[in-house]
Design a protein around this ligand. Structure first.
Ligand code: NAP
Length: 496
């Protein structure tokens, strides 16, 4: 190895969503102030800034979908709406003093590990920057996926993705085509249905939908949560335990069959029409895709101005959608509720490791990381919500928080060893990935009938954590220093 070099900044965090802001807060709490957050937008919030579609709310109860170190007694509802969640994150960023360290309008276009200088060389939209440590907190759901439908460019109406909602465009009285019936669409469809003239919902696969039991948090409850903080801990614990029950179902499809009965009942009550109900009945195991919560989506589909279209889309015509059956369904607007680029994230194509290969090339279509966080050959790179850390049933903030701790453990170990760089040993990473894959066997996600974006192009489920959140917490609570290789040549330690 050659000479080392002092970087411009010790830690560069990419993205100012929950992961980036949370990481920054934890660094500050540990007395580590030499960091910046590079945020391509002009406001913090990540997915909660980008998703402003009507009806947007979290489908995990807010007392759990919040940082454990920053409980909020003021949630208005069990499932808080998007503006409240964004305001909460902004309050956290302000309260913990991380806002001055955010560089807005800074997009990271390239990140290359300089083996000689033992640091990351970043190319941003505002010029170059060097950092000893790179924390990728851009989020798995940040790049919208829009299908390449033939003729789309010739459509004469308006199109947008649910994560890029155009609030200046009125849907009042319009003929609207919604493509996709996932977690986002089931929230905005009932919100726009009363305002549009015609709503065609293009459904490729019917989702499994449980009722969403939402209600306002009463002033008395808010008072109690404020006056007696253990009440918040108990509320979190109750939600946490109840949601962990899903894991029994993910691992044992026959257990999931019990929950399927609830869905069928909800469907029967919400959709009296038999033909429509048949279209909306899933023919694959529950849990294969995200289980959705809604009490107003199915009733909205029964309204006279709504049609659920299950014929496949063949092409987009200038004035509407052409189905494979040869029907042209006219539309003024197409809204894509078609999700995000998760397993082939563009960020992985911009990060080059020790050998000059990108993360995308290294992964070759199947993302892998030690503890979902670090990757052999990519020194001092930490992926927040990296491979196999996603959850389909509960709050991902719990996963993130354990990853923050892991990053801090790594930085502490490096400081102690006066190391400039660290990365997981190939053996440790391979063993972890093998263990995840083993746990994944027999789960509902790998079932014969199950196709979802959780699975990458090799067929692995590289998105989700296969077990209980508690198992991930336990794994990360026990920091195994021997899993890492440290570079200790020069006097400038990575630990700062
Ligand atoms: P999604 O769940 O991936 O749903 C995408 C939908 O688009 C699916 O119905 C999919 O059909 C359909 N689709 C994709 N490509 C298509 C094509 N070429 N032709 C026709 N249909 C197509 O996306 P999302 O609803 O945006 O949600 C993404 C993730 O965001 C969720 O899983 C969740 O993690 C998160 N989210 C969370 C919340 C929350 O409240 N916490 C709310 C919204 C979103 P197939 O099923 O057949 O693929």
């Amino acid at each position: 190895m050659g000479r080392s070099q002092a970087p411009d900044v010790h830690v560069a965090i990419v993205g100012a969503g929950f992961a980036g802001i949370g990481m920054a807060i934890r660094l500050k709490q540990e007395g580590r102030h030499d960091f910046v957050i590079l945020e391509r937008a002009e406001r913090i919030g990540g997915t909660w800034r980008d998703n402003t579609y009507p009806g947007c709310a979290c489908d995990v109860e807010s007392h759990l979908y919040s940082f454990s170190f920053a409980p909020n007694p003021d949630w208005s509802h069990r499932f808080a709406p998007q503006p409240e969640i964004l305001a909460y994150l902004e309050r956290c960023a302000h309260r913990y003093g991380v806002l001055p360290q955010i560089r807005f309008g800074h997009e990271v276009r390239d990140a290359a590990w300089d083996e000689d200088a033992q640091l990351w060389r970043l190319e941003t939209s505002h010029g170059p920057l060097t950092a000893r440590v790179l924390v990728a907190a851009q989020g798995p759901l940040s790049e919208p996926a829009v299908p390449e439908l033939p003729g789309l460019e010739r459509f004469e109406g308006k199109t947008f993705h649910s994560a890029r909602w155009d609030h200046d465009y009125s849907l009042e009285g319009k003929r609207v085509a919604v493509i996709g019936t996932g977690a986002s669409a089931i929230q905005f469809v009932p919100a726009i249905q009363p305002h549009v003239a015609q709503l065609d919902v293009y459904q490729r696969t019917p989702p499994w939908i449980l009722p969403r039991i939402d209600r306002p948090i009463t002033p008395l409850e808010q008072w109690l949560l404020k006056a007696w903080p253990p009440a918040q801990t108990l509320a979190r614990l109750a939600i946490y335990l109840q949601r962990e029950l899903y894991v029994f179902g993910f691992r044992n499809p026959e257990v999931m069959a019990l929950a399927e009965r609830v869905v069928h009942h909800h469907l029967a009550v919400s959709v009296p029409d038999q033909a429509l109900r048949a279209k909306l009945t899933p023919n694959y195991a529950m849990g294969c895709k995200r289980i959705l919560l809604s009490s107003d989506y199915l009733p909205a589909l029964t309204k006279p101005n709504v049609e659920v279209v299950t014929e496949r889309i063949a092409a987009i015509a200038p004035n509407g959608v052409l189905t494979e059956a040869g029907t042209l369904r006219e539309a003024d607007t197409i809204i894509f509720g078609t999700g995000f680029q998760v397993t082939e994230t563009p960020f992985a194509r911009r990060v080059r490791g020790r050998t000059g290969r990108t993360l995308a090339e290294t992964w070759d279509g199947s993302p892998r990381a030690y503890l979902g966080t670090t990757v052999t050959g990519f020194p001092n790179l930490f992926l927040l919500l990296g491979p196999n850390t996603g959850l389909g049933h509960t709050s991902v903030l719990m996963m993130m928080e354990r990853q923050f701790d892991h990053v801090l453990h790594c930085l502490d170990a490096a400081r102690r060893r006066k190391a400039l760089a660290l990365e997981p040993s190939p053996l440790a990473m391979a063993a972890f990935v093998a263990e995840v894959d083993r746990q994944m066997e027999g789960t509902v996600w790998l079932g014969a009938n199950c196709r979802s974006w959780y699975r990458d192009r090799t067929g692995r489920n590289s998105s989700l954590w296969p077990g209980f959140v508690a198992e991930f917490e336990w794994r990360l609570a026990h920091f195994d220093e021997s899993a890492y290789r440290f570079e200790t040549p020069a006097p400038l330690p990575v630990g700062g």
